[in-house]
Design a protein around this ligand. Structure first.
Ligand SMILES: [Zn+2]
Ligand SMILES: [Zn+2]
Ligand SMILES: [Zn+2]
Length: 464
């Protein structure tokens, strides 16, 4: 599809989403202000900036160009094919079998029934496994991990990235843990889905999955991140809609959503906070794992890579830092320990992945200018002038009182109390606030700004 044609399609999608978004709420003042300029710029930026990621997703047989998303469903997924599980197990263990005596081969036949016949009583198979490789089996250990221990014990494991063992083992593990899903999972790049990532506030059907990113609200500055995510290069939104047969629910009634980040060809997948009908979750492990698994399978297949990943809790991980892009005004969920967000690194890139950023400037819904907080820029915010509140030049939030400080260029600006405390310090000499990094701490703990400090040094020099 031509780029300009794609921009047109994205514009159509955004306007449709805005209509759907207002369909069940009276809270539409914000939506009324959305302009052609905003929609056009958002459509265009999304089309161009996410081009690499889109070209990757387009290779998928479940890519839907109109919807600008992959749609993973019950026909894309299946329950384990146990004949295939056993066949893969035999191929993996063939080198070990050749060296085994008849009695051991018989034990292995029995042990493998644990993986291939889950409806059978597992005890005889577990006993056989215990004789072959003691401790391979443990309660609560994932079956694919148990098989891995069996491979280790029988000496067939080959940890080299891309080895035949890894390739077959990944297929074995995927087959064993696959599950036919009975819902549709949308893996989307569509700007319409980003701006409607959280459902509308004051929905007549009852609010569900609303958040500080809800697009019809001005209570928080963070919904700037809706267009901020939609315009970056590497984020995509994964969600479930209340009723896939009713298209408006994709734009106004999501029942689960989370932001993912992936740079094509890099093997590092970020999975941010999961939101569902109970709001933002605190580590909904099973759901997180299911969605991550589906996304990982899809990406590995698209890149022709072995689907083996190491997954870590993102917070404090020592592997890869995912930053926020310049100007990003959304709420960067993945930074916070409580939300138990994940980072996964695929084995083929374990040693050569790059870090990347997510999010960028959002757009003023009225004039289309780049901004890093709220939905309106200062000039377009009618309420800003009527308000008694003043705006902090540092964090751009409206507050009751601001205070004068000098910025790094020496210009006088006004900031809120929180920003003054965090970024500025009081000079005991001139009585003004200056950037903390410019201050020198004196023996008594007080501070001096750069110019007062240099005067001090000169005087000190003269005195000596
Ligand atoms: Zn504006
Ligand atoms: Zn501030
Ligand atoms: Zn000073």
């Amino acid at each position: 599809m031509e780029m300009e044609e794609k921009v047109k399609l994205a514009e159509k999608n955004i306007w449709q989403a805005l209509d759907d978004y207002r369909a069940h709420t009276c809270n539409t003042a914000v939506l009324d202000d959305v302009s052609d300029v905003f929609v056009h710029k958002l459509a265009r930026d999304n089309t161009y900036y996410k081009q690499k990621l889109r070209d990757l997703f387009r290779k998928s047989p479940v890519w839907d160009e109109e919807l600008d998303a992959m749609v993973i469903n019950g026909t894309r997924t299946h329950n384990p094919d146990y004949a295939r599980v056993l066949c893969l197990a035999e191929r993996i263990l063939a080198p070990a079998r050749q060296k085994m005596r008849v009695t051991e081969n018989t034990l292995l036949d029995l042990a493998l029934r644990f993986f291939g016949y889950p409806e059978e009583d597992a005890q005889p198979a577990i006993d056989a496994m215990e004789k072959l490789v003691p401790k391979a089996f443990a309660l609560n250990k994932k079956p694919s991990r148990i098989f891995r221990s069996l491979c280790d014990g029988l000496g067939v494991t080959d940890n080299a990235a891309g080895s035949e063992f890894q390739r077959l083992y990944a297929q074995f593990a995927d087959e064993l843990s696959s599950r036919k899903i009975d819902f549709k999972l949308y893996v989307s790049l569509n700007p319409a889905h980003f701006i409607t990532m959280s459902n509308p506030k004051n929905d007549k059907r009852g609010d569900t999955l609303t958040s500080c990113h809800s697009f019809n609200s001005t209570s928080y500055q963070y919904n700037n991140g809706c267009s901020g995510y939609a315009r970056d290069q590497y984020s995509f939104i994964v969600f479930v809609a209340a009723d896939p047969k009713n298209p408006e629910t994709l734009n106004n009634r999501k029942t689960m959503r989370q932001i993912f980040g992936y740079m094509p060809g890099n093997g590092v997948l970020l999975q941010s906070r999961l939101y569902n009908t109970s709001g933002g979750t605190y580590g909904a492990q099973e759901d997180m794992q299911l969605y991550r698994d589906l996304v990982q399978r899809e990406i590995s297949e698209l890149e022709g890579a072995v689907n083996l990943w190491q997954t870590y809790t993102y917070h404090n991980n020592s592997h890869c830092v995912i930053g926020t892009g310049e100007g990003f005004g959304g709420y960067a969920d993945w930074f916070y320990a409580d939300f138990d967000t994940k980072i996964s690194i695929r084995n083929d890139h374990a040693k050569d992945y790059q870090r990347f950023d997510l999010g960028t400037y959002g757009l003023c819904i009225s004039c289309g200018k780049e901004i890093s907080a709220n939905l309106y820029c200062y000039d377009c915010d009618d309420e800003a002038e009527d308000r008694d509140e003043e705006r902090c030049d540092e964090c751009e939030e409206y507050v009751d009182t601001t205070y004068p400080v000098y910025d790094a260029e020496g210009a006088s600006i006004r900031v809120c109390a929180a920003c003054r405390n965090q970024y500025y310090a009081y000079c005991r000499e001139c009585g003004e606030y200056h950037p903390r990094e410019e201050m020198t701490v004196q023996e008594d703990g007080s501070m001096l700004c750069r110019s007062c400090q240099s005067q001090h040094t000169e005087e000190g020099g003269q005195a000596a």
